[in-house]
Design a binder for this molecule. Sequence first.
Ligand code: ZN
Length: 250
Amino acid sequence: MQVEFEKVDAYEPDRTLKGKLRRRLIRLAHRRPAQVSLERPMVSFSFDDAPATACEAGARVLEARGLRGTYYFAAGLAGRDGPMGRFASGEDARRLHEAGHEIACHTYSHLDCGQSSRAATLEDVDRNAKSLAAWGAGEPVSFAYPYGDVAAPAKTALSGRFKTLRALHHGLITNGADLNQTPAVGIEGEEGFAQKDRGLRIDGVASLGETVDRDDRGCALPLDHDLGHVSFPAACAAACRPGPFRPSGS
Ligand SMILES: [Zn+2]
């Protein structure tokens, strides 16, 4: 039987002043400080939602340099059409997992954790984790909040459930960073251009490595939805340790 999927529409999380304030304040609460002691700078490349292009072109770019990425899958989107094209399937996730990439957890329905209750969050996240395992893509140990947004009910519900819970505010993971709401370095869209203004040139991801160098022992989590257009200079591969970020903290 042919399964018909409904197209996924773009969704805008709360952009009001109240929403912005809530996002600022939640970063100060329910924290789980990281203990970072890296011998050298480290970059973890991650893709949210996992559009098919990220699993194909993105994976090719990384693998050609001996690197692996982290793919945050929302199983409820798998195989559907979305604003950025077709989302990858469970089969894609299993293939990436077998090639050594990390298949990580988003939420099943791409739930807005800035608005969801504790019970709804846990149910959606558990459903997603079970789906990834059923695909043969392993048990996820990392999580990313859809839209980078979270409020207290979801943050407390998921605290400690995963090694890292990634948000979208800009920054490196240094000592004391909150593992329940880690920063990231976006390299697409407006944020990518903003970084260019700040000297973090996206067309030289090597510059990210240089930035990490300056900051010493930091860890950057660059993220993109579709990396088909980005090239990785050799200097970056040399500067960065391949593989997903594993904090030494609790
Ligand atoms: Zn997402």
